[in-house]
Unconditional design. Sequence first.
Length: 677
Amino acid sequence: MNIKLKPITLAISTLLLSTPIMAEELAPIIVNADLRQSTEQDLPASVDVKTQADLQDQGATHFDDVLLKTPNVNYSGQSSRARHIQIRGIGERDEYTGAPNSSVGFAIDDIDFSGIGMVGNLFDVKQVEVLRGPQNTRYGQSAIGGLINIQTNDSTAEEEGMAELTIGQDNLKEFGIVTSGPINTKENAPQYRLSIFKHGSDGFRTNETLDRTDTNGRDELTLRGKMRFFPDSDTTVDVSVIHADLNNGYDAWSADNTFTTLSNDPGKDTQLSNAASLKVNWKGNANYVLESKTSLANSDMKYGYDYDWGPTTAWGANYENQKERKTYSQELRWLSTPKSRLFNNTDWLVGLYASHLDETNHENDAGWLSSSDYTINKFAGFGQLDIHTNNKTTITASLRAERNDSTYKDDYNRFDPDEMLWGASLSYSYKYNDKHAAYAGITRGYKTGGFNSDLAGTANESFDSETLYNYEIGLKSNYKEYGLKTSTTFFYMDRHNPQFDGYTAPAVTGIDPWLFYTENFDSAQNYGLEGSFNWASNKHWNLYGSVGLIQTNVEGNPASNYYVIVDREQAHAPNYQMNLGTKYSGSNGFYAQADITAVDKFYFDNVHNFESKAYVVANARIGYETPDYEVYLWSKNLTDERYATRGFYFDLDGSGDRGFIRLGDPRQLGVTARVYF
């Protein structure tokens, strides 16, 4: 496979490495997902950070809205919201096995939602951090592909508030309100923050059988609360709570691949999550800082769909899964201070981590009833050294050892795999001057092995752990006097015992269920480039863009036995992904913004050759801004591009195997108003 660069992609690539002319200085961004807080400029990793200003400017109210604008990040449209995410081609495309084993970590305020990221609401969010490549030393075995960290706004020492209202096509209605400040006027008084966001829409489908337009609709409520306490001058305590109630429909598939469905019994995709985190920062010792992070979450989910997508029950009962997941975690970190540096030039960090996950599933697969229970306990120790050999050079070494003890049982099977895993990272950073910083690094990532309950008693009953070696070299530049920031990263990933999703479709004439499983292929490699730029040319104009280029290769023999895969691209890994945008903020309050996102074609799965088509999606908004209020007229998918986010290839009705796609959202127009108080 050859990478074909279109002219606009070449233009972005040139900008990433070019010298600027004039601009306005951009403020530094702090990344919180790392073991030790670092600026985006100094972090020796490929990272994409979208601030609250970025999210509001682009009208993003859910992680879905910015996901494809992030280089080499894709998702599987297997649910009503983006739940199954791929970074650099690595990540699951569905989850039917009853044993969650995420490749991409997903966290909100230190609470783990990996694999169930539908709660990624972006109202009142401070920033979204996407770290690409294995993040195992930072986040454990759930992040071999990367990590998505959403940080909501903290409580404030001054009173502030904001209300937001949106209406639009598809019966879109959104309302959000946030208030923050101290609870009294005393010095070091506790601070609070409370935000509420409600979303409702019809889901862009017309169900002809039921004569309804809301069978694929969304009905979502998110409440967040935060408190910050100051027990003494050395201690800060942050408490965060989340209540998310997503009561969405799921009627996204049609036999003719259109927005018209025929389901007589549309499905559901719901998630009720109640979660909390407690973070304590203590600086009472001259030799170290102690950080404690505690989290717990309880999520009840229901996912189902009309099995034959039609007006009858030709395949018997529909598919339905009721799932409950409970998670608990505790992490302790000891961080050095300037007084406790080793050899006067080495910062150190050590930590301990423990977590417990319990998940139950009750599944009805076309009349095949089953129940399962899965638990996993994780115990890990980790450490990091930052060796400053001089004022320009830093060598960073990190190590994590993790034990996973799990138990799975269903109506017929029991598995008790235990595994000890380890990951490590070594990077070299060199700061040439205030403008340029370069880095090179190698990381050993890992992902635990597991089992396939649907294939119990066969040669594919279990699969081995995966090891990934990631090599990166990057350059980050900040031309402060010109207001231009650029970042370019080249990477190569060598996957050993690579894990991939697979499935076998049922026979139309029978009621055998689909078989979903995970399997090891012989080999896989992923390599390419990620780049971005942000240019504030003056106080009115801003130009920004990003590009992700990737080549992938996989070889193996799928359990479906359709054919042997040799020298083939991996699924959901488009060859290129590009975003280019501009915005204008006038002195008179006029605002305008437009961007385009281009995504190359990609295979939907590794067990067939059905693939998507390349597409380009354009968005635009104009408005009027003042310090007290803002109003915008906007359009998403301005050209009404038809594109796919998921695909299957099977025999639906006895007429032979053919391809079916889940369509992305069509054009939508709306108005948003925001008031500050």
